[in-house]
Write a protein that binds this ligand. Sequence first.
Ligand SMILES: C[S@@+](CC[C@H](N)C(=O)[O-])C[C@H]1O[C@@H](n2cnc3c(N)ncnc32)[C@H](O)[C@@H]1O
Length: 268
Amino acid sequence: MSRTTTPFDQLLAHLETDLGFESSHYNDAYLERRIAARMRRVDTDEYETYTERLRTDPEERKALLDSLSINVTGFFRNPAVWEELRTVLRTISENPGPTRVWSAPCADGREPYSLAMLALDDPEISSRKFEVLATDISEPALDIARAGVYSASRTRDIEGELSLLSEYEPYLEREENRFTVRDRVKEHVRFERHDLLRDEPKSGIDLALCRNLLIYIDTAYKATVVDTVLDSLSPDGYLAIGKTETVPRTCADRLSAVDNRLRIYRLE
Ligand SMILES: C[S@@+](CC[C@H](N)C(=O)[O-])C[C@H]1O[C@@H](n2cnc3c(N)ncnc32)[C@H](O)[C@@H]1O
Protein backbone atom coordinates (compact mmCIF):
# COMPACT_ATOMS: atom_id res chain seq x y z
CA MET A 1 0.00 0.00 0.00
CA SER A 2 1.32 3.44 -0.87
CA ARG A 3 2.42 5.60 2.05
CA THR A 4 1.13 8.77 0.36
CA THR A 5 -2.58 8.17 0.79
CA THR A 6 -3.59 10.54 3.60
CA PRO A 7 -2.45 14.11 4.30
CA PHE A 8 -0.61 12.79 7.38
CA ASP A 9 1.23 10.23 5.24
CA GLN A 10 2.13 12.96 2.77
CA LEU A 11 3.59 14.96 5.60
CA LEU A 12 5.64 11.92 6.69
CA ALA A 13 6.78 11.36 3.10
CA HIS A 14 7.91 15.00 2.95
CA LEU A 15 9.85 14.51 6.17
CA GLU A 16 11.51 11.40 4.80
CA THR A 17 12.36 12.45 1.25
CA ASP A 18 12.94 16.19 1.59
CA LEU A 19 14.10 16.64 5.17
CA GLY A 20 16.06 13.40 5.60
CA PHE A 21 14.21 12.30 8.73
CA GLU A 22 13.48 8.59 8.52
CA SER A 23 9.91 8.86 9.71
CA SER A 24 9.07 5.29 8.69
CA HIS A 25 11.45 3.99 11.37
CA TYR A 26 9.61 5.73 14.19
CA ASN A 27 6.40 4.86 15.93
CA ASP A 28 3.37 6.66 14.33
CA ALA A 29 1.73 7.58 17.64
CA TYR A 30 4.93 9.29 18.75
CA LEU A 31 5.26 11.19 15.45
CA GLU A 32 1.62 12.26 15.59
CA ARG A 33 2.01 13.67 19.11
CA ARG A 34 5.14 15.62 18.23
CA ILE A 35 3.76 16.98 14.96
CA ALA A 36 0.42 17.91 16.59
CA ALA A 37 2.32 19.88 19.25
CA ARG A 38 4.20 21.86 16.57
CA MET A 39 0.97 22.43 14.60
CA ARG A 40 -0.68 23.90 17.71
CA ARG A 41 2.28 26.24 18.14
CA VAL A 42 1.83 27.61 14.62
CA ASP A 43 -1.96 27.60 14.83
CA THR A 44 -2.64 25.03 12.13
CA ASP A 45 -4.92 22.05 12.32
CA GLU A 46 -4.60 20.82 8.73
CA TYR A 47 -1.74 18.52 7.77
CA GLU A 48 -1.70 19.96 4.22
CA THR A 49 -1.27 23.51 5.50
CA TYR A 50 1.44 22.39 7.87
CA THR A 51 3.31 20.47 5.11
CA GLU A 52 3.20 23.65 2.99
CA ARG A 53 4.50 25.63 5.94
CA LEU A 54 7.42 23.18 6.26
CA ARG A 55 8.23 23.64 2.59
CA THR A 56 8.42 27.42 2.87
CA ASP A 57 9.57 28.14 6.43
CA PRO A 58 13.11 27.02 7.34
CA GLU A 59 12.61 28.05 11.00
CA GLU A 60 9.63 25.73 11.33
CA ARG A 61 11.53 22.89 9.63
CA LYS A 62 14.26 23.27 12.21
CA ALA A 63 11.78 23.49 15.09
CA LEU A 64 10.03 20.30 14.01
CA LEU A 65 13.25 18.35 13.45
CA ASP A 66 14.52 19.49 16.87
CA SER A 67 11.31 18.40 18.53
CA LEU A 68 11.43 15.00 16.79
CA SER A 69 14.83 14.15 18.11
CA ILE A 70 13.50 13.37 21.58
CA ASN A 71 16.44 14.43 23.64
CA VAL A 72 15.16 14.10 27.18
CA THR A 73 18.00 12.84 29.36
CA GLY A 74 19.77 13.46 32.66
CA PHE A 75 22.83 12.70 34.76
CA PHE A 76 22.45 9.23 36.32
CA ARG A 77 18.94 8.77 34.92
CA ASN A 78 17.24 5.95 36.90
CA PRO A 79 19.68 5.76 39.85
CA ALA A 80 18.89 2.09 40.67
CA VAL A 81 20.18 1.15 37.21
CA TRP A 82 23.37 3.10 37.88
CA GLU A 83 24.03 1.19 41.12
CA GLU A 84 23.97 -2.04 39.10
CA LEU A 85 26.08 -0.44 36.33
CA ARG A 86 28.62 0.42 39.02
CA THR A 87 28.91 -3.32 39.82
CA VAL A 88 29.21 -4.18 36.11
CA LEU A 89 31.94 -1.55 35.64
CA ARG A 90 33.88 -2.84 38.66
CA THR A 91 33.80 -6.33 37.10
CA ILE A 92 34.88 -5.14 33.65
CA SER A 93 37.57 -3.02 35.21
CA GLU A 94 39.32 -6.17 36.44
CA ASN A 95 39.96 -7.25 32.82
CA PRO A 96 43.37 -6.41 31.41
CA GLY A 97 43.40 -3.64 28.81
CA PRO A 98 41.16 -0.62 28.39
CA THR A 99 37.53 -0.52 29.52
CA ARG A 100 35.46 0.59 26.52
CA VAL A 101 31.94 1.85 27.14
CA TRP A 102 29.51 3.13 24.47
CA SER A 103 26.69 5.53 25.20
CA ALA A 104 24.38 5.26 22.18
CA PRO A 105 22.41 7.48 21.93
CA CYS A 106 24.08 10.01 24.20
CA ALA A 107 21.75 13.03 23.62
CA ASP A 108 23.23 16.15 25.32
CA GLY A 109 26.08 14.19 26.93
CA ARG A 110 24.83 13.76 30.47
CA GLU A 111 24.78 9.95 30.15
CA PRO A 112 28.40 9.52 28.94
CA TYR A 113 29.64 12.11 31.43
CA SER A 114 27.84 10.15 34.18
CA LEU A 115 29.82 7.07 33.15
CA ALA A 116 33.13 8.93 33.25
CA MET A 117 32.33 10.58 36.60
CA LEU A 118 31.32 7.26 38.12
CA ALA A 119 34.62 5.72 37.00
CA LEU A 120 36.57 8.64 38.49
CA ASP A 121 34.53 8.60 41.70
CA ASP A 122 34.55 4.86 42.46
CA PRO A 123 37.89 3.59 43.78
CA GLU A 124 37.09 0.07 42.52
CA ILE A 125 36.80 1.21 38.90
CA SER A 126 40.06 1.91 37.15
CA SER A 127 39.50 5.32 35.56
CA ARG A 128 42.99 5.47 34.07
CA LYS A 129 42.05 3.05 31.31
CA PHE A 130 38.38 4.09 31.07
CA GLU A 131 37.16 5.26 27.64
CA VAL A 132 33.63 6.34 26.73
CA LEU A 133 32.49 6.56 23.12
CA ALA A 134 29.37 8.74 22.97
CA THR A 135 27.28 8.89 19.80
CA ASP A 136 24.01 10.36 18.63
CA ILE A 137 22.29 11.09 15.33
CA SER A 138 21.72 14.75 16.26
CA GLU A 139 24.53 17.24 15.58
CA PRO A 140 22.91 19.96 17.77
CA ALA A 141 22.77 17.48 20.67
CA LEU A 142 26.43 16.58 20.09
CA ASP A 143 27.41 20.27 20.08
CA ILE A 144 25.82 20.72 23.51
CA ALA A 145 27.46 17.50 24.69
CA ARG A 146 30.93 18.58 23.59
CA ALA A 147 30.54 21.95 25.31
CA GLY A 148 29.49 20.20 28.55
CA VAL A 149 27.66 23.17 30.06
CA TYR A 150 24.29 22.51 31.73
CA SER A 151 21.90 24.91 33.44
CA ALA A 152 19.70 23.97 36.35
CA SER A 153 16.09 25.14 36.10
CA ARG A 154 12.72 24.57 37.72
CA THR A 155 12.44 21.25 35.89
CA ARG A 156 16.12 20.34 35.90
CA ASP A 157 17.57 19.65 39.34
CA ILE A 158 21.18 19.05 38.34
CA GLU A 159 22.46 18.84 41.90
CA GLY A 160 19.82 16.17 42.65
CA GLU A 161 20.80 14.24 39.50
CA LEU A 162 24.39 14.13 40.75
CA SER A 163 23.63 12.72 44.19
CA LEU A 164 24.91 9.27 43.22
CA LEU A 165 28.46 10.68 43.41
CA SER A 166 30.19 11.07 46.76
CA GLU A 167 30.72 14.73 45.71
CA TYR A 168 30.36 16.44 42.35
CA GLU A 169 32.75 19.40 42.65
CA PRO A 170 35.79 17.46 41.46
CA TYR A 171 33.94 16.78 38.18
CA LEU A 172 31.77 19.83 37.51
CA GLU A 173 32.42 23.47 38.15
CA ARG A 174 29.38 25.29 39.47
CA GLU A 175 28.72 28.99 38.84
CA GLU A 176 25.28 29.87 40.18
CA ASN A 177 22.92 27.62 38.18
CA ARG A 178 25.44 26.67 35.53
CA PHE A 179 27.43 23.44 35.73
CA THR A 180 30.47 22.95 33.49
CA VAL A 181 32.05 19.53 33.06
CA ARG A 182 35.72 19.65 34.01
CA ASP A 183 38.45 18.62 31.57
CA ARG A 184 39.46 15.65 33.71
CA VAL A 185 36.01 14.15 32.95
CA LYS A 186 35.89 15.29 29.32
CA GLU A 187 39.18 13.62 28.53
CA HIS A 188 37.56 10.21 29.02
CA VAL A 189 34.73 10.87 26.55
CA ARG A 190 34.84 11.01 22.75
CA PHE A 191 31.78 12.25 20.82
CA GLU A 192 30.92 11.19 17.29
CA ARG A 193 27.83 11.23 15.06
CA HIS A 194 26.39 7.76 14.53
CA ASP A 195 22.99 6.60 13.28
CA LEU A 196 21.98 3.36 14.98
CA LEU A 197 19.65 2.50 12.09
CA ARG A 198 22.07 3.07 9.22
CA ASP A 199 25.68 3.07 10.35
CA GLU A 200 28.05 0.16 10.91
CA PRO A 201 28.51 -1.42 14.36
CA LYS A 202 31.52 -0.48 16.49
CA SER A 203 33.83 -3.14 17.90
CA GLY A 204 35.40 -4.22 21.19
CA ILE A 205 32.79 -2.52 23.41
CA ASP A 206 32.66 -3.93 26.97
CA LEU A 207 29.42 -2.22 27.98
CA ALA A 208 26.88 -0.51 25.72
CA LEU A 209 24.13 1.74 27.02
CA CYS A 210 21.30 1.93 24.50
CA ARG A 211 18.68 3.59 26.64
CA ASN A 212 15.47 5.39 25.77
CA LEU A 213 15.60 5.27 22.00
CA LEU A 214 13.83 1.95 21.37
CA ILE A 215 10.60 3.35 22.81
CA TYR A 216 10.39 5.74 19.85
CA ILE A 217 11.38 3.26 17.17
CA ASP A 218 8.84 1.37 15.10
CA THR A 219 8.66 -2.33 16.09
CA ALA A 220 9.95 -3.40 12.67
CA TYR A 221 13.28 -1.57 13.23
CA LYS A 222 14.00 -2.22 16.91
CA ALA A 223 16.02 -5.36 16.07
CA THR A 224 18.19 -3.36 13.62
CA VAL A 225 19.17 -1.00 16.43
CA VAL A 226 19.79 -3.75 19.00
CA ASP A 227 21.72 -5.94 16.53
CA THR A 228 23.98 -2.98 15.69
CA VAL A 229 24.72 -2.56 19.39
CA LEU A 230 25.19 -6.29 20.08
CA ASP A 231 27.49 -6.68 17.06
CA SER A 232 29.69 -3.98 18.62
CA LEU A 233 30.27 -5.84 21.89
CA SER A 234 33.34 -7.82 22.87
CA PRO A 235 32.58 -11.53 23.53
CA ASP A 236 31.75 -10.98 27.22
CA GLY A 237 30.12 -7.58 26.63
CA TYR A 238 27.17 -6.12 28.51
CA LEU A 239 24.10 -4.22 27.31
CA ALA A 240 21.78 -1.89 29.22
CA ILE A 241 18.54 -0.66 27.65
CA GLY A 242 15.98 1.76 29.08
CA LYS A 243 13.92 0.67 32.07
CA THR A 244 10.65 0.66 30.13
CA GLU A 245 12.09 -0.98 27.01
CA THR A 246 12.30 -4.59 25.89
CA VAL A 247 14.82 -6.49 23.81
CA PRO A 248 13.18 -7.60 20.52
CA ARG A 249 12.46 -11.32 20.47
CA THR A 250 14.91 -12.03 17.65
CA CYS A 251 17.81 -10.57 19.68
CA ALA A 252 16.87 -12.08 23.04
CA ASP A 253 18.56 -15.43 22.22
CA ARG A 254 21.93 -13.71 22.07
CA LEU A 255 21.63 -12.46 25.66
CA SER A 256 21.36 -13.64 29.23
CA ALA A 257 19.96 -11.39 31.96
CA VAL A 258 22.22 -9.81 34.55
CA ASP A 259 19.20 -8.03 36.03
CA ASN A 260 15.93 -8.38 34.16
CA ARG A 261 14.10 -5.64 36.07
CA LEU A 262 16.88 -3.13 35.45
CA ARG A 263 17.24 -4.29 31.83
CA ILE A 264 20.93 -5.18 32.04
CA TYR A 265 22.10 -8.12 29.95
CA ARG A 266 25.23 -9.94 28.90
CA LEU A 267 26.17 -11.64 25.62
CA GLU A 268 25.61 -15.41 25.79
C1 LIG B 1 15.68 10.16 24.90
S1 LIG B 1 17.29 10.41 24.26
C2 LIG B 1 18.16 9.17 25.17
C3 LIG B 1 19.43 9.70 25.80
C4 LIG B 1 20.06 8.80 26.87
N1 LIG B 1 20.43 7.51 26.34
C5 LIG B 1 19.14 8.62 28.05
O1 LIG B 1 18.60 7.54 28.24
O2 LIG B 1 18.94 9.58 28.81
C6 LIG B 1 17.12 9.76 22.61
C7 LIG B 1 18.21 10.20 21.64
O3 LIG B 1 18.16 9.35 20.50
C8 LIG B 1 18.69 10.06 19.41
N2 LIG B 1 18.35 9.34 18.19
C9 LIG B 1 17.15 9.30 17.52
N3 LIG B 1 17.25 8.49 16.46
C10 LIG B 1 18.52 7.98 16.44
C11 LIG B 1 19.23 7.09 15.58
N4 LIG B 1 18.64 6.54 14.53
N5 LIG B 1 20.54 6.82 15.86
C12 LIG B 1 21.15 7.38 16.93
N6 LIG B 1 20.53 8.23 17.78
C13 LIG B 1 19.24 8.52 17.54
C14 LIG B 1 18.06 11.43 19.56
O4 LIG B 1 18.79 12.42 18.86
C15 LIG B 1 18.10 11.62 21.09
O5 LIG B 1 19.24 12.35 21.48
